[in-house]
Design a protein around this ligand. Structure first.
Ligand code: KIV
Ligand code: ZN
Length: 517
């Protein structure tokens, strides 16, 4: 697509896998990144920023595999303004149908003086060299002026002109520290359009951080000022307070097309499943009152609102739940449902499991149906996510018996299968969760610290499954695990074991070792 021929088409550049992954605790493993990338590609985003190839072997591998997987979207790797960074990005993009190199350097006086310790003229030289080098490799080159909103206008104009002259096809002006306000950001793009002589040769792009809660408003103001690409993330995850939320931008443009006559290629019905997936794999819960994808976004509590919505949903709903992919909880199946019905349901929910995972998921479904009369779509999603994530685990949860209650001491009797061998132990603790985690620590040697333990009910009702998230940290590496079960403690054990499996995958890459304590 040539944006200059489609004046009002906004390019959606998703950076969930790069800037989003820079959220504290949001690290994803390769398999999780590929699930997110597949979802983004199917959703219709135009560009997927898959990582920062030189940052680590994990990032390199992620960019390479996302590049192989994406059928529609351009795939992009970030690179600093150096030959090594750019070459590594290009190497990772080798299999992309539509590769893009995204190179950046800071242009604000503060960043140039303190961080880069470079004179402005030297920064201009670096822009010229890095962009030319990238453009010699790749036809699609994005250049970003880091801390662009705190840069001096004269210098920013020279930097942008230099980048375009060297071959940049997209110019991104990040509000790196979330400092700008809508009018100012809009005026910045207007200023660049008025003053940079070759500006018509590139697409202008917004990239807003949310430190003042203005990232989405600023992004839209940037578009009003002439930008035609928006950089954003699912659920708005990202450094510090996050990035502009993709779902909010896309729905603002769709819902207020009268005031904002711009279009995107995003299939909005995929927004809720995408939000759910990103929240599951990162362990970053979505706040209930979050616009578009929060649990309360379409809930009406007050009697007056409920009455109005029953008479005509438009009284209090400016968009339909269906338009963002929110289905009213449908009762799916019970214990008499067969394998075929289960398989059809999985297809409807967007899962395509291999025969082994399908069989395991079916066994878990039957087990759940024995415990829980009403099984909803959310139950199946939680169960299958739990199962899919467990594919190649070295440590497997087998059983857990708990003694708990006000009289104490609380104890946990746990069985795990570790590298194919059954192991069991008993532990006491300050409450059943503590006892369970102590039992796991007794069976599996590790020094990881528990950073987060979070429980939510997958559906309503006292027989609801508990969805548990556990985040562990060891030697600066963080991993997030999830578990689901009608028993909160079993879900907790599964989540802890899942996180440990991920930690060991990370450890294994440096030094394979036995897991047993
Ligand atoms: O916020 C920022 O400045 C960035 C750039 C590297 C694009 O993420
Ligand atoms: Zn950023």
């Amino acid at each position: 697509m040539n944006p200059r021929t489609e004046q009002n088409r906004i390019i959606i550049f998703d950076t969930t896998l790069r800037d989003g992954e820079q959220s504290p605790g949001a690290t994803m493993n390769l398999e999780e990144k590929l699930r997110v990338a597949e979802m983004l590609d199917a959703m219709g985003v135009d560009v997927i920023e898959a990582g920062f190839a030189i940052a680590s072997n994990g990032d390199f591998e992620a960019v390479r595999e996302v590049a192989r997987l994406a059928k529609n979207a351009a795939v992009c790797s970030l690179a600093r303004a150096g030959v090594k960074d750019i070459d590594r990005a290009w190497e990772a993009l080798a299999h992309a149908r539509r590769p893009r190199i995204h190179t950046f350097i800071a242009t604000s006086p503060l960043h140039m003086r303190v961080k880069l310790q470079m004179e402005p003229d030297v920064v201009l030289e670096a822009i010229e060299k890095s962009v030319s080098h990238a453009r010699n490799l790749c036809d699609d080159v994005e250049w970003s002026a880091e801390d662009g909103t705190r840069s001096e206008h004269d210098f920013l104009c020279r930097a942008v002109e230099t980048a375009i002259k060297a071959g940049a096809t997209t110019i991104n002006i990040p509000d790196t520290v979330g400092y700008t306000v809508p009018e100012e950001y809009r005026a910045l793009f207007e200023m660049l359009i008025n003053r940079v002589p070759n500006i018509d040769k590139a697409v202008l792009s917004t990239h807003c951080h949310n430190d003042l809660g203005l990232a989405v408003a600023n992004s839209i103001a940037g578009v009003l000022g002439g930008a035609r690409q928006i950089e954003c993330t699912i659920n708005g995850i990202g450094e510090r307070a996050g990035n502009a939320a993709l779902e909010e931008i896309v729905m603002a443009l769709r819902t207020r097309a009268d005031a904002l006559p711009y279009t995107t290629g995003v299939k909005t019905e995929k927004l809720t499943p995408a939000s759910h997936l990103v929240s599951t794999v990162t362990g970053l819960a979505v706040q209930a009152n979050k616009a578009i994808v929060g649990a309360n976004a379409f809930a009406h509590e007050s009697g007056i609102h409920q009455d109005g919505v029953l008479k005509d949903a438009q009284t209090y709903e400016i968009m339909t739940p269906e338009s963002v992919g929110l289905k009213t909880s449908s009762l799916v199946m019970g214990k008499h449902s067969g394998r075929h019905a289960f398989y059809e349901k999985l297809k409807e929910l967007g899962y395509d499991l291999g025969p082994n995972a399908l069989q395991d998921a079916f066994v878990r479904f039957k087990d759940l149906a024995d415990k829980k009369k009403q099984i909803y779509d959310e139950d199946i999603v939680a169960l299958v996510d739990d199962e899919v994530m467990r594919g190649k685990d070295r440590i497997k949860f087998v059983s857990l018996q708990i003694v708990c209650g006000s009289k104490g001491p609380q104890s946990a009797e746990l069985e795990l299968e570790i590298d194919g061998e059954l192991k069991s132990t008993k532990a006491t603790g300050d409450g059943p969760v503590d006892a369970t985690f102590k039992a796991i620590r007794a069976l599996v040697e590790h020094n990881a610290h528990l950073q987060l333990y979070q429980v939510h009910a997958v559906t309503g009702g006292t027989d609801a499954q508990a969805g548990v998230t556990v985040r562990l940290e060891e030697d600066g590496k963080t991993v997030t695990g999830q578990g689901a079960d009608t028993d909160t403690l079993v879900a907790s054990a599964r989540a802890y074991v899942h996180a440990l499996n991920k930690l060991f995958v990370k450890r294994e890459k440096s030094a394979p070792a036995s897991l047993m304590a």
